[in-house]
Design a protein. Structure first.
Length: 257
């Protein structure tokens, strides 16, 4: 099938493979067309299972067996889970990290910011789901702290910040703006005012956090999930159209030996 997933043009890895998948190439139909990977949607489990299998096959076509794709139940928390020898089929988290080379880590998005991390000396990988709530609560900082706690070093961490809703598509209310300013007055730089309306730059907010943590090797893929309907699912777009549900695209990373 050879799906086209998105990678950075500026950062290349050895012993690690990752991709920000688009919505095409799966088996789902209708509003879930076609590579919807979320059990939280009302898409059929059979379709989602097959789509997740497709993700595994595309990420690692070199092996005959299908590697498990580990995807947490995301709830806009700051919870990071370490995936070691044993992990439950279902668990709540908005980021996951591992040293294991026999599984694929993935988080799902539909406007929120996906961040994939790689500590290249200790061979630690991570996947972060950073919506505004999770980012504000510290999901990015917590994930990096977990990587450091299991032996990683900040200077060895690479971060790729993937496609998400872009600022000119992300109008927010005055209460949203005021809450961010109350938290930190310098957050004003992540907002733009156009015709008295506020627009939030979620991707820049997440990028700033990556930089503040001390990660210097990172790249930002500036693609708008809201405007680019052919390539991406979008929660906000589905809300504006009063659709009953929406799909989520996968963002995946694995260690390759």
């Amino acid at each position: 099938m050879n799906l086209k997933f998105i990678t950075s043009e500026n950062i290349k890895f050895n012993n690690c493979k990752y991709g920000f998948f688009k919505r095409q190439g799966g088996v789902s139909t209708g509003i879930y067309d076609s590579l919807n990977c979320s059990y939280l949607s009302d898409d059929s489990k059979k379709n989602i299972d097959q789509n997740r299998k497709i993700i595994s096959q595309e990420m690692d076509s070199s092996v005959s067996s299908v590697r498990p794709v580990v995807i947490p139940t995301q709830q806009h928390t700051n919870i990071c889970k370490i995936i070691d020898s044993k992990f439950p089929d279902k668990f709540i988290a908005d980021s996951i990290i591992t040293r294991r080379d026999d599984i694929i880590l993935s988080i799902l998005t539909a406007d929120c910011t996906p961040i994939l991390l790689y500590e290249n000396k200790e061979q630690i990988i991570g996947a972060v789901h950073a919506g505004w709530k999770g980012a504000q609560k510290g999901i990015i900082e917590n994930t990096v702290e977990h990587i450091l706690n299991i032996g990683g070093k900040i200077e060895n961490i690479f971060a790729i910040i993937g496609p998400c809703i872009q600022q000119d598509s992300y109008e927010v209310g005055i209460e949203f703006y005021q809450e961010f300013i109350r938290q930190d007055p310098s957050n004003k730089k992540f907002f733009e005012t156009v015709n008295s309306r506020k627009y939030f730059n979620l991707q820049a907010y997440c990028s700033h956090k990556i930089y503040q943590i001390g990660i210097r090797k990172y790249d930002v893929i500036e693609m708008d999930t809201y405007k680019n309907e052919m390539d991406f699912f979008s929660y906000r777009r589905s809300q504006h159209r009063n659709e009953i549900d929406y799909g989520r695209q996968a963002n995946a990373i694995l260690i390759v030996n």
